[in-house]
Design a protein around this ligand. Structure first.
Ligand SMILES: *Cc1c(COP(=O)(O)O)cnc(C)c1O
Length: 421
């Protein structure tokens, strides 16, 4: 079945009312039939609803549907993209371990990896996503995750997913891919050997800038990689916090199960069922939107490339771009999302352009149906030192655009007047 068909139908059996739309179940808890039923649910002898911190029927449809269109086995929705990323890492690593991650990351992921994880005793080691061979020099027996973005935000590089997963597989290490910007419509990392994907559902999934949420997806057959793998003893040994459960011995996808049973249970970054319901609406037209976002961005990028005030345009759909070959290989029809950036001479010039645009809103978000303009060095990446800024590909004169669904003629005309202002 095609992805677009699945996005409309998968994971929902019409309820007794025959509702066409997936019902929104706002309920904190669920009634058990009797004590035996309750005990069976807690012991995982039977699967079902217990308490919305752990599961919810609306969120369940969102998780099943998203896992299916990503080509994965199971998913866990979370309260934000950042909590999905934290859970993916915390489910694999603990104090004393390290993770290897790309330098070109979303600002929040960068501060998570370089500062916050350190306080939990997890060390991060960075590699240049354009140079995956660096990974091999960074890993040791304590490396639990290789983390990178398929399409990086805001530097807009396209990772060579196969090159990275080949190194990871050689050493039996889990790869976690942030697929937020590419979305499952453009890129399906599991087809290239990735193990886990994470997303901010706050971006293209909702599509209209409506709600914060995240999701973590596990590939099919991941249990085989975890089983008897000395790096992941905690999946192979009895979990004392869950009366001796051994995750790899269960007939359930182990990674999302453990994230739900221990991390979601104890840390509680649960998505609101209402937000899950909004994400379900967004998935229905995600593939239509991604094609339109990508078309608009390519037209705007082509215009910017021809403008004398613009030093450089970063858009993987441009033939001149260093990521063009990877975009053609990893993205459906080479379509490269609505995210692009361009560089002008200085902070001053960038400020003038951003302030002169009318159609683009100055907002720190991406993936909205309305176009967005951002100056990363003064906003999302403000907390980084100038060295860190260079390392993650954010010069002072860099302007980031998230191309919306307005007409491309209007978007180009407004950008032209802002550049020539
Ligand atoms: C926005 C974003 C995140 C964080 O997601 P939130 O939902 O805002 O927590 C993570 N990764 C990427 C690539 C993002 O664009």
């Amino acid at each position: 079945m095609d992805l677009q068909t699945k996005a409309l139908h998968f994971g929902y059996e019409k309820d007794t009312q025959g509702t066409m739309a997936v019902p929104l179940y706002m309920s904190t808890a669920y009634e058990f039939r009797d004590i035996e039923h309750a005990a069976n649910l807690f012991a995982l002898k039977e699967l079902g609803n217990i308490y919305t911190r752990l599961n919810n029927p609306t969120t369940d449809v969102f998780e099943k549907r998203f896992a299916e269109i990503e080509g994965g086995e199971a998913a866990l929705a979370t309260a934000s993209g950042m909590s999905a990323i934290f859970y993916a890492i915390a489910n694999a690593a603990e104090a004393g371990d390290n993770i290897v991650c790309a330098s070109q990351l979303y600002g929040g992921s960068l501060t998570l990896n370089s500062h916050t994880l350190k306080r939990f005793g997890i060390e991060s080691r960075f590699f240049d996503v354009q140079n995956p061979s660096e990974i091999e020099t960074l890993i040791d027996e304590k490396t639990k995750v290789i983390f990178f973005e398929s399409l990086t935000n805001p530097s807009i590089d396209v990772a060579d997913i196969e090159a990275i997963t080949a190194i990871a597989n050689k050493h039996g290490i889990l790869t976690v891919v942030d697929n937020t910007v590419a979305t499952p419509v453009l890129c399906r990392p599991f087809e290239y050997g990735a193990d886990i994907t994470v997303h901010s559902a706050s971006k293209y999934t909702t599509g209209q800038g409506l709600a914060i949420g995240g999701i973590l997806v596990e590939r099919k057959g991941l249990v085989e990689k975890l089983k008897a793998n000395p790096r992941y003893a905690h999946f192979n040994e009895p979990d004392e916090s869950y009366h001796g459960l051994v995750y790899v011995d269960l007939p359930l996808p182990p990674f999302t199960l453990r994230a739900r049973l221990s991390l979601l249970r104890d840390l509680g970054a649960t998505v609101s069922p209402f937000n899950s319901w909004l994400f379900i609406q967004g998935l229905e037209h995600l593939s239509l939107r991604m094609r339109e976002h990508s078309k608009n961005a390519l037209e705007l990028a082509t215009f910017l490339e021809s403008h004398p005030k613009v030093k450089k345009v970063n858009y993987p759909g441009l033939k001149s771009n260093a990521n063009y070959a990877n975009a053609q290989k990893y993205f459906d029809e080479g379509a490269s999302s609505g995210l692009l950036s361009f560089e002008v001479d200085s902070l001053e010039v960038a400020t003038k352009i951003v302030d002169a645009t009318e159609l683009y809103s100055l907002v720190v978000n991406i993936g909205d149906s309305k176009s967005i303009i951002t100056h990363p060095a003064s906003t999302t990446h403000q907390q980084l030192s100038s060295d860190e800024l260079i390392a993650c590909g954010v010069p002072q004169g860099l302007i980031r655009i998230s191309c919306g669904l307005e007409s491309s003629e209007d978007l180009i005309a407004d950008m032209k007047q802002a550049l020539e202002n």
